[in-house]
Design a binder for this molecule. Structure first.
Ligand code: CP
Ligand code: NVA
Length: 306
């Protein structure tokens, strides 16, 4: 079995739960001041072709927190910008580092790096998926609401990389998921079809946000224009307005529904300031949990690589 984390299709239910269980333990130990050194002597390379605050800093902090070290490479810093083949980049990097964490545009980039790299490749966001983020989000749901397979999750807004990844998670972990997306902005149809073929609980694509949130334990949202789609921002703002997560939408949901946003947020667009700052929102727990999940991922994949 591959030692990469290219998407959640790489993981069965047991593996997904074990990342979360370990991250919860590492979080507890961090609170208790317990220090770790299991990745001492190991180095990861971060290849980031898109901006990042949370993912970059939490991966770096996670690696240092386990005794390891990090080399950060922005798209300006590598020969990828001058079209060095990915298969060469993968084989060269694998001679210098013990793991490669990649944020890029095409999912095919991480797949090709994975084909040629002899060290673990971890997807830190592509246009199609954001697996590490959804793992930290599910950890956050578990802290707030208990085991996820008993819960109903809603997605409101763009059928983007986060939505695709939530669909994979619903399929593998066996929870109910309702997505409300504007016509033409739904999730990737192949991913949805693959998930539906395997899912044990309903995964439903709707257009009405109120219907999606009505009995949901968790409401998820994200920006209307993801990285790479900024030029569509204005056009999307009109189309997505009815999908804003605001007090009126929350009033349609259960009183104890939890709201998630992976951040960065555009207040006044996909989420209002009062909801983001409100008692039901867990966005900053999600942000913290990224670091603990990244520790669990790095520990598992780098130690398995020997
Ligand atoms: N949530 C998330 O991935 O944030 P960054 O883009 O800041 O890494
Ligand atoms: N869907 C967003 C997530 C950012 C963390 C994007 O890809 O820009």
């Amino acid at each position: 079995m591959s030692n990469h984390l290219l998407s959640l299709w790489d993981c069965d239910k047991q593996q997904l739960l074990s990342y979360i269980k370990r991250a919860l333990q590492l979080k507890k130990e961090a609170r208790e001041g317990i220090r770790h050194h299991q990745l001492a002597g190991k180095v990861i390379g971060l290849i980031f072709e898109k901006p990042s605050t949370r993912t970059r800093v939490s991966f770096e902090s996670a690696m240092y927190g386990l005794g390891g070290q990090v080399i950060y490479l922005s798209s300006r810093d590598t020969q990828l910008a001058r079209h060095e083949p990915l298969k060469d980049m993968a084989r060269v990097m694998a001679r210098y580092v013990n793991g490669i964490v990649v944020r890029t545009f095409g999912q095919q980039v991480v797949e090709e790096l994975g084909r040629y790299s002899t060290v673990p490749v971890i997807n830190a966001l592509t246009d199609l998926f954001h697996p590490c983020q959804v793992l930290s989000d599910i950890m956050t749901v578990q802290e707030a609401k208990g085991e996820i397979d008993a819960l109903k999750i809603a997605w409101v807004g763009d059928g983007n990389n986060m939505a695709n990844t939530w669909i994979q998670a619903a399929c593998r972990l066996g929870f109910e998921l309702k997505l409300a997306c504007p016509p033409g902005y739904g999730p990737d149809p192949q991913i949805l079809a693959a998930a539906l073929a395997e899912a044990v609980k309903p995964i439903t694509l709707l257009q009405d946000p109120a219907e999606a949130v009505r009995d949901a334990d968790v409401i998820n949202c994200d920006v209307w224009a993801s990285m790479g789609h900024e030029h569509e921002q204005e056009e999307r703002a009109g189309i997505f307005q009815p999908y804003q997560v605001n007090a009126a939408l929350l009033a349609q949901a259960k009183a104890d529904t939890v709201v998630l946003h992976c951040l960065p947020a555009h207040r006044g667009e996909e989420i209002t300031d009062d909801v983001l700052e409100g008692r039901q929102c867990r966005a900053f727990d999600q942000a913290e949990n990224k670091m603990h999940i990244h520790k669990a991922i790095l520990e598992k994949h780098l130690l398995a690589a020997g």
